[in-house]
Design a protein around this ligand. Sequence first.
Ligand code: NCD
Ligand code: ZN
Ligand code: ZN
Length: 337
Amino acid sequence: MSITINQPLDMHLHLRDEAMLKTVAPLSSHSFSGAIIMPNLVPPVSTKEELLAYKERIIHACGSDTFTPYMTLFFKPTYTKAFLESIKDELTAIKLYPAGITTNSEGGVSGFEVETLRETLEAMSELEIPLCIHGETNGFVMDREAEFVSIYEMLATNFPKLKIIMEHITTKESVEALDKFENLYATITLHHLLITLDDVAGGMLQPHLFCKPIAKRPEDREALRKVALNAHPKVMFGSDSAPHPQHAKESCGCAAGVFTAPIALQVLTELFMEHSTLKNLQAFVSDHAKAIYNHIKVPHKTVTLEKKPFVVPAKYDNVIPMYAGETLAYSILEIKG
Ligand code: NCD
Ligand code: ZN
Ligand code: ZN
């Protein structure tokens, strides 16, 4: 039996730059129709010139693949309505990072006072630009996301017309917030549907599974699975595939990020199949994203998978993927478009 996915989308992706971009971009552009591209380069993408130049470099790295990079800017509370109007047509969303909370987020937001954020967030609401957020406080590592829910609620209430995407949610508290506020949505990664903190640190420490937010408890994973596998309409796939060179992961002071781009569709197929929810995979990896990001144009592409062993390469250049060297149950059979 084969499974065909129409226009797969990855709504949270790190493509980096230079040599790393050349290594990883084709691994996404091969099997996805498009992806939301995170702006946390050094320095972050925060001007129109930087955004357009980065988009060109991405398109170049994707070669002849049919793939649309949906570009984002790194949020700053100094963005004016005039500036946003001038860039609106090139931009799909704006990504907000609390200062210093994750990789390359030092220039992020250091306080969440409504008045400081109001001008930019009201302009985004009026121009219908969604706000993507890495939602963690600087509290105790296991509590950071749950503590951030009150900030999501404050933003959702004060800016009711702003679409707010809670990125890479990992807790049952975030899942509950989805149904409380009309304008809150979420992405969920592959790895947070699969692993808990036990897989990261319960035995020998696994640097390639270390990411922000850290994987949580079994009951949190259960809450994520429930909404992803059952096609909750406010939830979409965002891999948060976040490559770092091997030396930065296997080192004293391991960089945060799991590299999943080359295995995402194969493993999602297996997961949905195991839970007898295969009919919902299309909604999770494409349809919901199209409905939530209702301004995007998605190029035609179909990806057909089949039950056939796929041995995950040990490395892609100097990057180690999740499940390196292991055998997956599903392979990509054919890509059209
Ligand atoms: C991401 C990265 O490396 O850019 N790392 C991660 O652990 N998820 C940043 C992010 O998405 O927070
Ligand atoms: Zn993040
Ligand atoms: Zn990310």
